[in-house]
Design a protein around this ligand. Structure first.
Ligand SMILES: C[S@@+](CC[C@H](N)C(=O)[O-])C[C@H]1O[C@@H](n2cnc3c(N)ncnc32)[C@H](O)[C@@H]1O
Length: 206
């Protein structure tokens, strides 16, 4: 049993039988200024655009057999751009650069009257990340607004999110396309669950 009464209230609130908890911002930022973040993002974008994966990805989008005209891209969990961890920073930059590639490739494919809108939801975005994303045409949304933006003209893009994007999206709408990790087969749970004290509360951990 969890002794914190607030948790019990949260868990019992309708309508979702599952509770999602996330933390926002307040993480250390790798950069102190927008130009520094821009410089690093440009470097990673060049790396991305010169890769074979970029070439393959573009071809895939150009030949996508789809009749719906996609007018919106909604990204989930692409990581925070000013991540002090170099590996995480590079992954996040390349994934956001991929979202821009998706938008420009689809825009070339369809003669749109309006540019394709790009939205991104990740609770870890710092203020600097948000300013940067706004400067490259990406609108940051707070959970759950990203999910609420998804409709039948949306391409959903998500890589290794900490939240079950596929299930939530499938429950709410039917997007035109989704780009994400390979989905593995369900496996029987092997972990053993035990009750432990954590942060002054008893919680179940595996
Ligand atoms: C394992 S990291 C993956 C980051 C990056 N996509 C990568 O591949 O390195 C999971 C990401 O999901 C984000 N996340 C957690 N809850 C989320 C939510 N409710 N909506 C969108 N993103 C979320 C986390 O903040 C984190 O950046």
């Amino acid at each position: 049993m969890n002794p914190n009464p607030q948790w019990l209230d949260t868990l019992l609130q309708p309508p979702s039988p599952i509770t999602f908890v996330w933390t926002e911002g307040n993480v250390e930022s790798r950069y102190s200024s927008l130009p520094d973040l821009h410089a690093s993002f440009s470097k990673h974008t060049v790396e991305w655009e010169q890769s074979n994966t970029h070439k393959f990805f573009k071809q895939l989008l150009e030949n996508l057999d789809i009749t719906v005209k996609i007018d919106k891209i909604v990204c989930f969990g692409l990581g925070f751009l000013s991540n002090p961890n170099q590996f995480g920073e590079r992954r996040s930059h390349i994934q956001h650069a991929s979202a821009l590639t998706i938008a420009s490739t689809l825009a070339n494919r369809y003669p749109y009257q309006h540019p394709i809108r790009i939205y991104a939801q990740d609770p870890r975005y710092t203020d600097l990340d948000k300013s940067f994303l706004s400067s490259v045409g990406v609108t940051v949304l707070r959970d759950p607004n990203g999910f609420l933006e998804v409709d039948e003209r949306t391409l959903v893009f998500s890589v290794a999110p900490d939240v079950c994007v596929r299930q939530i999206v499938a429950d709410l709408s039917r997007p035109a396309a989704m780009v994400w990790d390979t989905v593995s087969e369900d496996t029987k749970e092997k972990e053993e669950w035990r009750e432990e004290e954590m942060w002054g509360e008893m919680v179940w951990v595996a």
